[in-house]
Design a binder for this molecule. Structure first.
Ligand code: NDP
Length: 495
């Protein structure tokens, strides 16, 4: 195992002039140049032109024209086949895209390859598999017949039109493709707005989509500042639906704008996800579970656990062993094949996470380990464990979205269940125990969109994913996405 050398295709791509992908063409536009920073070195690696009203108008017009043209009427098997071709292209360009993801986000190359790319391919194939299966039903209606006439009624699933996808920076390819593939297989067209911190990867994916035969205008990417572009996109008359993944605050404002316009919105927002460990587990088992649940991708996964409830009799031993394990997470280049710890994804985020750790210490929570920046360049932060003062501590309530576990001892399981549900969020949770009967009973009582048992953060295309309470609404994946990306039309006839 060694360090990955950047492919020429990646270096060449970084050197190009970047902007948007509209109507089947890369265009740099004329907006302000925004630097793209490699979080591992804090150095500028590329530049992207910001889009504005003109680019939004062009992207929305292209998507609307493509929708009104042949796309919605294209047989779903043809649409599905294009998604399969895109999946194959991602597979063929796996290393190139994984390297691009790593230099843009700081994600370790192993995660970029094995999670970001391989899972993106899996999701594309899954959505392609829905071709020919998105349909309505025939209904048994009860209209009285006076002269022998009969009635037949059925429903059809229709695409909505142009779907706007607004994206976060943590999985810059995969989250985009969740939205894109769901929208496209249903017959919609898309305009995607990446995070300002990760504008590049999707431009390359859009080029590949074009190469495998997606007609122009079906898939558009527009880059720039979310505060400017977000309202322009959401309020554009052609925007028929918004699928947003990001923070609770921004999501709420997007949700309000959509309800003011009367258009549907899917909101995949943040979480303060809980993991409950029962007393029957060994200290080693608990630590292994905590590392899986809380620290993958430096904790920058919306479904990661951030608050951990441990039995009072074992918490000290768990925190001691956890500190030892976390101390082995030494910062390295995320391009190293066996890098245990990459940087956080961007400077403002690093500052936010450090601020939350400092605030916790001021509030009387106890920093057990980590939480400081190692010497050297880049946005690295040593993974932290914090023993919380109480269930009400801000560090047990506010999302950090970083490598920061907050820990609290429970005396009674009932008390821990109450703490878990006492949260404005409800994205995910996990219960860890050998007692599966108890775990299943607790899963029924935990208020979260997903509850894992003896595992955490695993997403599967077949399993609906989404939040409740402040963590959002709507569901991605499974069959549940169909409701969110189509509208139902009823047809009735007399014969
Ligand atoms: P933000 O909410 O800051 O940004 C998300 C997107 O919204 C970005 O593209 C951003 O653009 C854009 N945006 C900013 N302002 C507006 C606006 N006024 N109107 C419309 N769009 C706007 O989230 P982050 O990118 O910081 O992502 C981290 C958050 O995302 C965390 O809270 C995390 O939990 C959540 N998340 C949730 C997931 C889920 O599935 N539930 C998955 C992944 C992350 P710009 O970048 O230019 O500001």
């Amino acid at each position: 195992m060694g360090s990955t050398t950047l492919l020429t295709a990646v270096s060449d791509f970084l050197r190009r002039e970047h902007g948007h992908f509209i109507n089947g063409q890369c265009s740099s536009g004329s907006g302000t140049r925004r630097p793209v920073i490699d979080p591992a070195s804090a150095r500028r690696i590329a530049e992207v032109h910001d889009g504005g009203a003109a680019e939004v108008a062009a992207a929305m017009a292209a998507a609307q024209a493509a929708f009104n043209g042949e796309w919605a009427a294209t047989p779903t098997l043809v649409r599905g086949n294009l998604l399969l071709k895109l999946a194959a292209a991602l597979g063929a360009h796996r290393e190139e895209l994984a390297q691009l993801e790593t230099v843009c986000t700081g994600k370790t190359i192993a995660l970029s390859r094995g999670l970001e790319l391989d899972q993106s391919v899996a999701f594309l194939r899954y959505f392609a598999g829905w071709a020919g299966k998105i349909s309505g039903e025939t209904l048994d209606v009860s209209i009285p017949s006076f002269a022998g006439e009969k009635y037949r009624a059925f429903t059809v699933r229709e695409p909505l039109g142009v779907v706007v996808g607004i994206l976060p920076w943590n999985f810059s390819i995969m989250i985009a493709l969740w939205k894109c593939a769901a929208a496209l297989i249903c017959g919609n067209t898309v305009v995607l707005k990446p995070s300002e911190f990760t504008p590049l990867t999707l431009l390359r994916v859009a080029e590949l989509a074009q190469e495998v035969g997606f007609p122009p205008g079906i898939l558009n990417v527009i880059n720039g500042d979310g505060k400017t572009l977000g309202p322009l996109l959401v309020n554009h008359p052609a925007c028929a639906k918004v699928s947003f993944t990001g923070s609770m605050t921004t999501g709420r404002s997007v949700g309000n704008a959509c309800s003011a316009r009367g258009i549907p919105v899917t909101l995949e927002l943040g979480g303060k996800n809980a993991a409950l460990f029962l007393d029957d587990l060994s200290v080693e088992e608990m630590v292994a579970g905590i590392l899986e649940a809380g620290y993958v991708n430096q904790g920058q996964i919306c479904a990661s656990a951030e608050r951990f409830y441990l039995p009072a009799g074992k918490i000290d031993a768990v925190l001691q062993l956890l500190s030892q394990r976390l101390a082995t997470f030494t910062p390295a280049s995320p391009l190293d094949d066996d890098c245990p710890l990459g940087p956080l994804a961007n400077a403002p985020h690093l500052e936010k996470v450090q601020g939350l750790i400092a605030a916790a210490q001021r509030d009387g929570d106890r920093l057990i380990c980590g939480g400081t920046r190692p010497a050297g360049e880049g946005y690295y932060l040593l993974p932290a464990a914090i023993a919380a003062r109480s269930a009400d501590s801000a560090i047990m309530q506010q999302e950090t979205f970083g490598p920061v576990g907050a820990f609290l001892a429970w005396q009674q399981e009932e008390q821990a269940l109450q703490w878990i549900n006492d949260s404005p969020y409800g994205l995910s949770a996990s219960v860890w125990t050998h007692d599966l009967s108890k775990a299943l009973r607790y899963s029924e009582r935990i208020q979260a969109g997903t509850v894992w048992i003896n595992m955490h953060t695993f997403l599967d295309p077949a399993l609906p994913f989404g939040g409740i309470k402040g963590s959002g609404n709507g569901r991605e994946f499974g069959s549940a996405f169909i409701n969110d990306y189509t509208r139902l039309k009823s047809v009735m006839m007399r014969y």
